[in-house]
Design a protein around this ligand. Structure first.
Ligand code: C5P
Length: 229
């Protein structure tokens, strides 16, 4: 069965310092959001999509959505609130054990092969999991004053990427529990981990960049060009 797709796109992208949210910046001739949705559509053409948007968003154009079956919901204060809103919006249609893949709109370079392998790895997994890449750099912890307090062993450390995929029921419970506990979660997996579950790490490509800072846009352009050649 095709998965549900949830794409949080309600962020304002303040770290970019641009005139518009980063999902609407132009990358290789098209907005970032259009690239991201096209990638997801290529891998899962019959999936049902729920987009999280800022209701005050003046940039969004539905012509960028290639899915036949899609809806949008208002985002929340934080990314996790946006995702929780999406899960609530599809709760009437989605079954408790339907797989939901959550993918950041700011990751337009996710490879088709990674999307397919993630879905395959999660199809029969009761917990769920995420694309992740092993950390390559040596990791330092600061002392709060700009100096190194400690070097963290990088063995066994991974970058958490997206998509992250979980069963609708489990993910909705996990996000509700995190919200009730007042715990800020920056990804789906950490909410599920807080329930005592161990999400599956599915090795993914390191060029699945999250556009965050201004220089990332040029980098994403190079990655897309390299992937196309
Ligand atoms: O800001 P950051 O890059 O961590 O945001 C990750 C993703 O979550 C982005 O796709 C952003 O649009 C989305 N987001 C959201 N609702 C928020 C904050 C972020 O949908 N309140």
């Amino acid at each position: 069965a095709e998965p549900w797709l949830v794409v949080p796109a309600a962020g304002r992208g303040r770290r970019m310092g641009a005139d518009r949210p980063k999902q609407y910046l132009t990358l290789a001739g098209r907005p970032v959001l259009a690239h991201t949705l096209a990638r997801l559509h290529a891998a899962f053409p019959a999936a049902r999509l729920c987009l999280c948007l800022d209701p005050d968003d003046a940039w969004f154009d539905p012509a960028w959505v290639p899915f036949a079956d899609w809806r949008w919901v208002a985002g929340g204060a934080e990314r996790a609130d946006s995702v929780a809103n999406a899960l609530a919006a599809i709760a009437d249609e989605a079954r408790e054990d339907d797989l939901v893949l959550v993918h950041d709109v700011a990751r337009p370079c996710v490879a088709l092969d990674d999307l397919r392998r993630l879905k395959q790895a999660l199809d029969d997994d009761l917990v769920g999991g995420l694309l992740a890449a092993p950390v390559a750099d040596t990791m330092k912890r600061d002392d709060g004053a700009g100096r190194v307090a400690a070097t963290e062993p990088r063995d066994g450390l991974w970058h958490a990427l997206t998509p992250q995929g979980f069963r609708h029921g489990l993910l909705a419970r996990a996000l509700a529990a995190a919200a009730d506990a007042g715990v800020a979660v920056t990804d789906e997996a950490s909410a599920v981990e807080a329930l005592g579950e161990a999400p599956l790490l599915v090795p993914g490509r390191r060029d699945n960049l999250k556009i965050t800072h201004p220089e990332d846009l040029a980098l994403a352009g190079l990655i897309l060009a390299a992937q196309a050649s």
